[in-house]
Write a protein that binds this ligand. Structure first.
Ligand code: DP6
Length: 421
């Protein structure tokens, strides 16, 4: 090991996307290895709008492993972090950086300590699967630093041990997490079904819904479900296996009506098993229900689905529109039903891909106020507008998988000290 002095710091920075499941993972058959009771399928979201950036570094001058998340130091003592670190260190290879005169032998990795800094480009408090992108990014960047030979599918089996849904963030586009059969989890991996270019018409709008109470974590929620719900067994054994095949076909054939029907019914069934859990778990709130009703009415009026919706372990709605035109019409409906509060800046109320807003012909608050009720709204009840129930909207699309950022200015750690910049 070593360069001329023992002062060197070697680092890698990577960026990893979040993902949204359209066939949900809910329930484990092994809590420690994080092995699921069914396959799941997700869409990777464009990292330009939602991603985690992580810098990992190693230096003989570091005396223990440390991690900072969004600038604040956090503990790495948790079992899940430790599993990922152990699995990666066990596969580490020799590393040589000729320019810096650094050589690390594979056995040295067991003694060397790491500094890790991670940053989400979206508010952590928004309740958007930040752990998925975070754990995937940790595993991906460490694998690059330690020169692992494993491919992304094999790395997904390590990320899975950090958080189940993280394994699907190792790929862009459309991803399946195969539940696997082995007791050691070696075949519980993510595979890419199609890349993001395969179906690039899709537009995703996320409504970040204001939540009043703290939600049950996915980990404890799914544990309670497996212990108490009778429906979850039927879902895992009978319903999901068929839906996974149908969803794979819908994605392969870019069959939006089937895709939308499967995504919506699967989200609804996931929330039904939450309700079947004892004591019951409520992730969706009134705003979530109003969004479902708005989309369902429109889809019914059109005769064929224009938009799919799906909800994870929280009230936020993720809506997938079949193309830009329907996304613009959806955004008009959403802004009509959930206008920003008078003191909110439209520019901060609709974030991400602003071109959807332009396409919808909305430039400022006057345009929002001028929106007319959509034709499918006939009764008075649904025209009731509610300000403040949605914190903001994010417009995005399916996106690519993890990448190494070679531009050193994007590193989150100082190249000389290995401390956060
Ligand atoms: C509802 O991956 O957060 O988002 O494996 O315990 O870390 P752990 O749970 P997590 O659960 C995600 C559940 C979900 C559905 C999904 O992403 O498939």
């Amino acid at each position: 090991m070593g360069g001329e002095s023992e002062k060197w710091v070697l680092m890698v920075t990577a960026r990893t996307p979040t993902n949204i499941a359209v066939i949900k993972y809910w329930g484990k058959r092994d809590e420690t290895l994080i092995l699921p009771i069914n396959d799941s399928i997700s869409v990777t979201l464009d990292p330009n709008h939602l991603c985690t950036t992580t810098t990992v570094s190693v230096s003989p001058s570091f005396d223990h492993d440390r991690m900072w998340l969004n600038g604040k130091e956090i503990s790495l003592q948790g079992g899940r972090f430790q599993s990922c670190l152990r699995e990666i260190r066990a596969r580490a290879q020799d590393v040589e950086d000729e320019k810096k005169g650094i050589r690390i032998k594979k056995e040295d990795w067991q003694k060397l300590h790491l500094h890790i800094a991670s940053y989400n480009n979206f508010p952590t408090a928004a309740g958007l699967a930040s752990s998925a992108a975070g754990l995937a990014c940790l595993v991906f960047s460490l694998a690059k630093l330690m020169n692992l030979k494993e491919d992304n599918s094999q790395l997904s089996a390590i990320a899975r041990q950090g958080s189940g849904s993280a394994c699907r963030s190792l790929y862009g586009g459309f991803v399946k997490w195969i539940m696997g059969k082995e007791d050691n989890g070696s075949d519980s991996i993510a595979v890419q079904l199609a890349d993001e270019k395969h179906w690039d018409e899709l537009i995703i709008i996320i409504a970040v819904v204001s939540a009043r109470q703290k939600e049950t974590s996915s980990t404890s929620g799914m544990r309670d479900t497996v212990e108490t719900s009778a429906l979850i067994q039927h879902r895992a054994k009978e319903v999901v296996p068929k839906r996974v095949v149908q969803m794979e076909n819908a994605i392969q054939n870019r069959d939006f009506p089937s895709f939308a029907r499967l995504a919506c019914t699967d989200s609804n069934q996931f929330h039904a098993v939450c309700l079947d859990t004892y004591p019951p778990i409520f992730y969706m709130n009134d705003t979530s229900h109003r969004i479902i009703s708005c989309v369902e009415k429109w889809n019914r009026a059109e005769g064929t689905p224009q938009v799919a919706y799906t909800f994870d372990a929280g009230p936020n709605a993720v809506m997938i529109a079949r193309n830009r035109k329907t996304a613009a019409l959806l955004l008009q409906r959403l802004l009509y039903n959930f206008p920003p509060q008078s003191d909110t800046d439209l520019d901060r109320y609709v974030i991400g891909d602003k071109s959807i807003l332009e396409y919808a012909g909305i430039k400022d608050m006057k345009d929002v106020e001028a929106l007319v009720p959509p034709p499918e709204i006939k009764d008075n009840l649904s025209t009731e507008k509610s300000k403040g129930d949605v914190s903001y909207f994010i417009c995005t699309r399916p996106g690519g998988g993890p990448v190494v950022l070679s531009d050193e200015t994007q590193a989150l750690l100082d190249p000389l000290t290995g401390l956060p910049k």
